[in-house]
Design a protein around this ligand. Structure first.
Ligand SMILES: *Cc1c(COP(=O)(O)O)cnc(C)c1O
Length: 380
């Protein structure tokens, strides 16, 4: 049987065996409730405390600034809804980029129903936000700015340090969705001028359903749920202990590889991009060529629909993702590709290929061969 090739690491990653091994005891013998005073509880409480210390140190934060959540979506919602509602007396204006993840976009749409106003920052052809546009949009009513660190579709790395500085100078909080950058790029919350930062375990070889929100000391947020004193009442509910331990193990492993992994991934990505451009005419790279995540290639092909490409690749055992979301039977181009100003045809023909730890050069060469023949067939 043919080897399956997984090039969808921006969607999710397999749990690393060492992460799984770290988690297992907390699903079996170490089952105590961390809030219990007996030894079963204390042992588990200690594991959560250690995880919090470790996660904090990977981003230059202190332990009391880390709140464990059920993942990136919850962290984004807690940041956006929580910070906006807690600061309502100061103002009602929020600024986000047009290419945010749906967790941020739709949290803001919800806030508009509560009477908040939202401004959307455009991006240029390369997918970059211009910090000058933040300066132009910000005003005395602005309480929150949210721009993602790395975009999940096109992999572009946004100038968040400059954006965070502008927010701070104007008395607004700055949130960044770092789900695609945490464990992939070095992060220091002070250097990046970040007040709130979201991250998720399953994008970095940890378990699904586990993530965290960093909240700078002194920043007020309202909780989204009520009913317990866990996570200092900002996120009540019995902790997902194994998930938290898995997040910690995944983060430590990823951060320990930050010196080597990006170079290896970028070489694979470039082999893929160069191979496609050499062999397949009418291919266009979406997103900035250099300012992009090491593992991301997002490419549009003239005259070919992304969905057909995906289905044909899947038949050959290759897992990828398309930039366009399929809604109610009609293929609507993604908001990210639309924001780049791509013509409809190219926005429909986009393919996201994201390499990861398990990807080899042979995988890349196989994918290029398959793509070439599929595209020739679809165009013919
Ligand atoms: C995956 C992702 C999320 C959502 O994280 P979950 O842990 O899957 O809820 C949010 N933002 C970005 C940029 C992502 O890539």
């Amino acid at each position: 049987m043919r080897k399956m090739i997984y090039l969808d690491h921006a969607a999710t990653t397999p749990v690393d065996p060492s992460v799984f091994a770290a988690m297992t005891p907390f699903l079996t013998e170490k089952f105590g409730n961390p809030s219990s005073v007996h030894s079963f509880g204390r042992e588990v409480r200690a594991a959560i405390d250690e995880a919090r210390d470790s996660i904090a140190s990977t981003i230059g934060a202190s332990s009391s600034e880390i709140y464990f959540t059920s993942g990136g979506t919850e962290a984004d919602n807690l940041a956006i809804l929580g910070a906006a509602r807690a600061n309502r007396a100061k103002g009602d204006h929020i600024i986000i980029s047009a290419i945010e993840h749906h967790a941020v976009l739709e949290a803001c749409e919800h806030l508009m129903e509560e009477g908040f106003r939202v401004s959307y920052l455009p991006v240029n052809r390369d997918g970059l936000v211009d910090p000058n546009d933040v300066t132009a949009a910000i005003n005395k009513d602005t309480i929150l700015v949210s721009v993602m660190h790395v975009n999940n579709e096109i992999g572009v790395i946004e100038p968040i340090s400059a954006i965070g500085r502008i927010a701070r100078e104007n008395g607004a909080l700055f949130h960044t969705d770092a789900v695609q950058s945490f464990g992939v790029l070095p992060i220091d919350v002070d250097r990046l001028n970040v007040d709130l930062l979201s991250a998720s375990a399953h994008k970095i070889y940890g378990p699904k359903g586990s993530g965290f929100l960093y909240v700078r000391t002194g920043v007020r947020i309202q909780p989204l749920q009520f009913g317990g004193s866990q996570e200092r009442e900002r996120r009540p509910g019995t902790e997902n202990v194994a998930g938290i331990v898995g997040l910690r193990a995944a983060a430590e492993l990823a951060v320990s590889q930050l010196d080597t992994a990006p170079t290896r991934l970028a070489a694979l990505r470039d082999r893929l991009i160069d191979g496609i451009f050499n062999r397949i005419p009418g291919a266009h790279l979406n997103g900035h060529r250099e300012l992009r995540a090491p593992g991301n290639a997002n490419i549009s092909f003239e005259g070919v629909e992304g969905e057909s490409l995906l289905l044909n690749l899947d038949l050959e055992g290759i897992a990828a993702s398309s930039g366009s979301a399929c809604s109610a039977g009609s293929l609507a181009p993604s908001h990210v590709l639309t924001a780049l100003g791509l013509p409809h045809e190219l926005a429909q023909g986009s393919l996201r290929l994201t390499v990861g730890r398990g990807t080899t050069e042979e995988d890349i060469d196989t994918v290029i061969d398959s793509l070439e023949s599929i595209i020739n067939r679809l165009r013919g």
